[in-house]
Write a protein that binds this ligand. Structure first.
Ligand code: Z5A
Length: 239
């Protein structure tokens, strides 16, 4: 990072199926670009780079499932290493704000708590995969799994469920408990956002969390977000 570049900011979004992460990342990116003028990079896991996107396609088809949760976690880790090296770290070094749809907490929740993988193994894998990188803030979008799955089904009407959508309700309940547990264990890093509300209310809660942490990036509501609010009027939102 050059000495006068602002420090990059790494924000991850986590939660169960259909929690609204993609919707909220798009909104927050637009707001941050307009209000802060900073470079904002949006990305996702698994994926974000060509090689990691190729692994994503295999993972969501269920290619790793027969090998068990450890093999699956290794494949997510391989995708993450490429993503960090080739997209996240360079962007943070330029001083960008990086908004990432899922990151290492998803491995903890999906392969760990819901998949049954030993937490000590996940800790070890996380250490070698992330090295010193940790999110500055993790927003956990929380809602009952039935509500999230219903949203995801409405969106993907007619398409077959992917590897994780096809899991039963108990799996999705364990995920919710796991994400809440992560937030409780790391209150400095994590904020739980009530995602069982309309998109505008969720957006406002996320903006408040960002403003509380970085008032220089996003002033609190009513202090200078008028332009973004005006742009949004009458646009409507897919929900
Ligand atoms: N996975 C893993 O197992 N281990 C790992 O380490 C990692 C991932 C990194 C990636 O799939 C899968 O990989 C994921 C975990 C696993 N599990 N699954 N499935 P993905 O990226 O395809 O799926 P996802 O991350 O769960 O995203 P999603 O289903 O696309 O949901 P979303 O991004 O959170 O929601 P959305 O697309 O913004 O919204 C869903 C629909 O609801 C859409 O029609 C919206 O218009 C609507 N919506 C959004 N917000 C609202 C509100 N507030 N009210 C009403 N309707 C809304």
């Amino acid at each position: 990072m050059s000495s006068d570049a602002p420090r990059g900011v790494f924000i991850t979004f986590e939660g169960g199926e259909g929690a609204g992460k993609s919707t909220q990342i798009a909104r927050l990116a637009e707001t941050l670009r307009t209000v802060s003028g900073r470079e904002v990079v949006t990305t996702r896991e698994p994926g974000g780079t060509d090689r990691a996107e190729a692994l994503r396609a295999a993972l969501l088809r269920g290619v790793a499932k027969p090998y068990g949760p450890f093999a699956e976690a290794l494949m997510f880790a391989a995708a993450r290493i490429d993503h960090i090296e080739n997209l996240i770290s360079p962007a943070l070094s330029r001083g960008a704000i990086v908004l990432c749809d899922r990151f290492s907490d998803s491995t903890r929740a999906y392969q760990g708590a819901a998949g049954g993988l030993d937490p000590a193994l996940i800790d070890s894998l996380e250490r070698v995969t992330l090295e010193d990188l940790r999110p500055d803030l993790t927003l956990i979008l929380d809602l009952p799994p039935e509500a999230g799955l219903a949203r995801a089904q409405r969106r993907g009407a007619g398409e077959p469920a992917d590897r994780f959508e096809a899991e039963g309700m108990r799996f999705h309940e364990r995920l919710r408990t796991a994400f809440r547990g992560i937030a409780e264990a790391e209150p400095e890093r994590c904020r739980v956002i009530d995602a069982d509300l309309g998109p505008d209310a969720v957006e406002a809660a996320i903006a408040a969390a960002i403003a509380a942490r970085w008032p220089d990036l996003l002033p609190a509501a009513g202090e200078g977000q008028g332009e973004v609010g005006k742009e949004r009027e009458g646009q409507g939102h897919a929900a």
